[in-house]
Structure formats: C-alpha cells, structure tokens
Design a binder for this molecule. Sequence first.
Ligand SMILES: Cc1cc2nc3c(=O)[nH]c(=O)nc-3n(C[C@H](O)[C@H](O)[C@H](O)COP(=O)(O)O)c2cc1C
Length: 366
Amino acid sequence: MSHTTSADAVKFAYWVPNVSGGLVVSTIEQRTDWSLDYNQRLAKAAENAGFEYALSQIRFTAGYGAEYQHESVSFSQALLQATTKLKVLAAILPGPWHPAVVAKQIATIDHITNGRIAINVVSGWFKGEFTAIGEPWLEHDERYRRSEEFIRALKGIWTQDNFTFKGDFYRFHDYTLSPKPVQKPHPEIFQGGSSRAARDMASRVSDWYFTNGNTPANLKAQIDDIREKAAKNGHEVRIGVNAFIIARDTEEEAKAVLDDIIAHAHVEAVNAFGDAVKQAGNASPEGEGNWARSTFEDLVQYNDGFRTNLIGTPQQIAERIVELKAVGVDLVLAGFLHFIEEVEYFGKKVLPLVRELESRRQKAVA
Ligand SMILES: Cc1cc2nc3c(=O)[nH]c(=O)nc-3n(C[C@H](O)[C@H](O)[C@H](O)COP(=O)(O)O)c2cc1C
C-alpha cells in the first residue's frame, strides 16, 4: 500500500458485530457472530487487511433482529487487547452515560492501549430502550443539545485542569482529571446522525461526522453544508459514510447476494424498525434525519448501507470509493455479510485498487 500519501488516502472502518443478528435484518445465512472469540479474530483480520478503525455499537435492549448486545466500552477494550494497530471506537449514549464517567473510563483505556481508543457519541433513536431503562426520552433537537454539552464537557475535562462548566444538562466545579488521556489534544470524537441538528453539532464540536449510506450527490449536499458552517465556526470536521459492501468476482454474483438478502428480509422486524426510526428521524423539525427517506429495501440494512452502492466487482467498488472521496468523504464505514472472510477479500482485492486509483489521481493533479 505504498501508492499514495496518507493525507489523501480514504480511511476504512468496519462495524463491530457486538450485537447479534449481523448488519442486515434478514434470515439469509450470515457467517458472522457477536461472540468475543469471533470478534477478536475479526479485529486481527481487519487490522491486517488495512482497516484503521473498528466501530462498536451500543444498544441497551433487544429490538428489530438484535436479540443480544455486548456493551460497547468493555467490548472495545477486549478488541484493543487482541490487536496492536487498530483504533476502536466505543459508542457512547448521553443519558445513560455521564461525561465524568466516560472521561475517566476512556482516559484509562487510552493509557492501557497507548492511544488507540476513540468514541462515537450517538444521540439516540430508540425510544423503547430509553423507556425500558427509565431514562427520560428528550425530543429530537434536545437530544443534540445534550450531546453537544456532553462533548464540550468531555473536551474540557480531557484538556483542562480546574474545569468548570455550567450547562443545562451537566455541571462541573473546579474538576481536574488525572491522568489526562495519552492522545493529544484528546481521543478523537466521532458522532452519528444526518439531521440539521446533527450537522450543526458536527460543525461546532465533533472531530468526525458519521452519516448513513447515500448517493455521492446527496452526500455532497450534506458535506458542503457541514463544511461551510464549520468554516464559519473555525472548526474542522472529517466525514465518514456507511456502506454495506458486497464485493464478488463478478457483478452478477454481487447483485445476486443483495437480491437474496432482500428476498429473505425479516419483514416484520424491518417494518417495526422502520416505524421506530422514522418517528425518531421525522421528529427532527426539518425532516432531514437519518432514515427520513429510506425505502423498505434500504431499511433491511440498519444504516441505509445499500444506498452507497459499494456492491459489485473489486474494480467497480474501488472506483466508487474514489468518487466518494471526490465529494469530500474521508472514511468508509463498512458492513459485510460474512465479516471475517469478506474483510480479508476486501484487503486483498479492493484496497490495493483503491490505492492505485488514488495515486493515479494524485499524479494527474500534480
Ligand atoms: C455510523 C452510525 C453509527 C451509529 N451507532 C449507533 C449506536 O451504536 N447506537 C445508537 O443508539 N445509535 C447509533 N446511531 C444513531 C445516531 O446516533 C442517531 O440517533 C441517528 O442517526 C438519528 O439521527 P438524526 O435524526 O440526527 O439523523 C448511529 C448512527 C450512525 C450514522
């Protein structure tokens, strides 16, 4: 992978399957497992294949095809113990987590792993889960107001001594965290969401913005909006997009896998998931949240990953990844049907082509 400089290289993350049922709500066979053993083997395979990040998921309760779920921070720590290069993103949900606890936990993991932990702040879409654990369910934009305070508090704790903060949701008085994290200025902070509130938050405080799968044109509109606002705020934010990748030697094979996944969709679970997320998404005042325009087929993959269309031959996929980079995407977050074997195939067949195309482009520009 010596074809290109790292600044220009698209980065890759994969979804950690720490939740049962895989990444598609379908009864098709998925050679993927939510166990620790499978996940540790996957993490090693992924770092060897060229993946830089792994994204864990947080769910506190079952729902929509995800019967069992391992907790994200402790599971991330277990993956870090099994690897040497991979950075693992622990998903964090404000509400159940308090920023003081997260700051302390993550600082400790940062020391144990010499700077390989990061977090993904998610703002919540699953009302049933909040109700089940007795957490108040805030309305859409209030969830983001809380997440923004959460991130500001975290950054303050991680970078300042005698930190004082007077927010509507969180308060700190002359608080000094010791030790501070190893990573400077602090572990990277990712966030997920597409609504206006999500984009506005990204343009003010997040290091990375993760969004659902989409077409290059739709992604460009979101990215331009965020980067324009971020520039006004003097803030820089990088962009990650979800994609469910189906790479096969022929396009026919890849498309047949997609057809099979959809033909075996768990219809009841997909429809129930659709109802829940559309309520959460439409609740954003402008109606532009994740899933606001998702079809039944889109919803078979939790985060609209088919829409990004990384489905085809290694060459087709590599070309589309370079197109994503051209509209401003910095990172592709990948889901797979059979994780370990497909991560290996991706590393061998797709990634070298991406690097080659990137390097050709760079030469053309130079
Ligand atoms: C890549 C990505 C990962 C996410 N991971 C989680 C998660 O692990 N747990 C969770 O409850 N929500 C997760 N979310 C949901 C978001 O935090 C957010 O609630 C959702 O995208 C709706 O936001 P919006 O209305 O701003 O579009 C994730 C979203 C994205 C894009």
